[in-house]
Design a binder for this molecule. Sequence first.
Ligand SMILES: Cc1ncc(COP(=O)(O)O)c(C=O)c1O
Length: 420
Amino acid sequence: MKQYKEFTVDEKAAFRAAALAAYNGYQAQGLKIDMSRGKPAPVQLDLSGDLFHAVDENNYRSADGTDCRNYGGLLGVEETRALFAEILGVEKKNVIACGNASLTLMFDYVAQCMFDGCGAEPWSRQKDVKFIAVVPGYDRHFTIAQYFGIKLINVPMTPTGPDMDKVEELVKDPTVKGMFCVPKYSNPDGYTYSPETIERLAAMTPAAKDFRVIYDNAYIVHDLYEESDYLPEIFSVAKKYGHEDHFVEFASTSKITLAGAGVACIAASDNNIEMIKKRLTVQVISYDKLNQLRHAKVFKSAADVHARMQQHAAILRPKFEAVLEIMEKELGGLGIAHWTKPRGGYFISLYVDGGSAKRVYELCAQAGLTLTNVGATYPYGVDPDDSNIRIAPSFPTVEELKTCAEILCAAVKVACSENA
Ligand SMILES: Cc1ncc(COP(=O)(O)O)c(C=O)c1O
């Protein structure tokens, strides 16, 4: 197939006319579709109906007899901790089960490093504090860092994880204190770090003694296909180098059960668990143990979680495939855009090669399709190439998604034809 850049003047004119006709056709329909955030669809939330009946006024004790209605049990319900430990491949003593959002836990952990430190002077008392931002990445990681005045330095994501040559270079600077990582089915590319990347992350010896990787394993069990991407367990690799304190891991059931009413956890080394525990004793008496108990009653083991995730995959897979199929049909071979083909997670990344992502966003908005803000996947909202568009296929129906993908492709073509 001939690439757009090889088109003759007449071919380009015909391409533009066809793209505009398609685009105008969608615009005339007065659509209103929101594809901006990775929210589970209502049918996915319906899968967790069992949670509503898992505990009641006669059934509120955990296996060790704890009355989950009351205060106490700072580290969480034992069987819920055990469930997370099994999912993450770590020991139960290294897991704390908490409230509903891992994002809060990450915020709190960074706050702890700011005001209490993590093995050195609190970050807030150090002159310059920087974090590596793997880009494109999860907007809310960046906004946490920005909230605390942590300066972000972009490092590009690759299909095997962050560009580790750049990471290893940057951590020679003692003011570089950490990084956020989404190691499996990353947001927004859907890439999984390779074993080599994990080995290099675990092996590196940053100049900062208080360096921390905020290891956000949000999509650890979120496979779209039967075969899961392989991700080595980080603490067992880090242990070989004596670096287990460098990593603090986070996960949640937000996209396993109920996005607004799940359970989140922290997994960390013995040293870090001690430091986190010290802070938690000030912050909270105990988290919502009834909700933790509900989850432990519904999921007796990681196998039960995987079975639930297969039900999610049956809903999500056709959505991802519908978008990918339309992008391939409409944009494949033209050399004007490329995109990722994730095997799990919640997002697809579209890259508009000509650097007109903002224009595509605007065209989509005018046709009634709301996308994630362009730039949101980069610190300070600035995509230096104006290229990345995060596609979130989970919430709309398959039929709506087909329309979304067609509008998006028409917008990419229109934007491209405006450039040259
Ligand atoms: C990478 C990543 N981490 C964390 C979250 C939010 O997780 P939680 O609901 O546990 O706060 C999301 C949600 O989209 C995400 O994509």
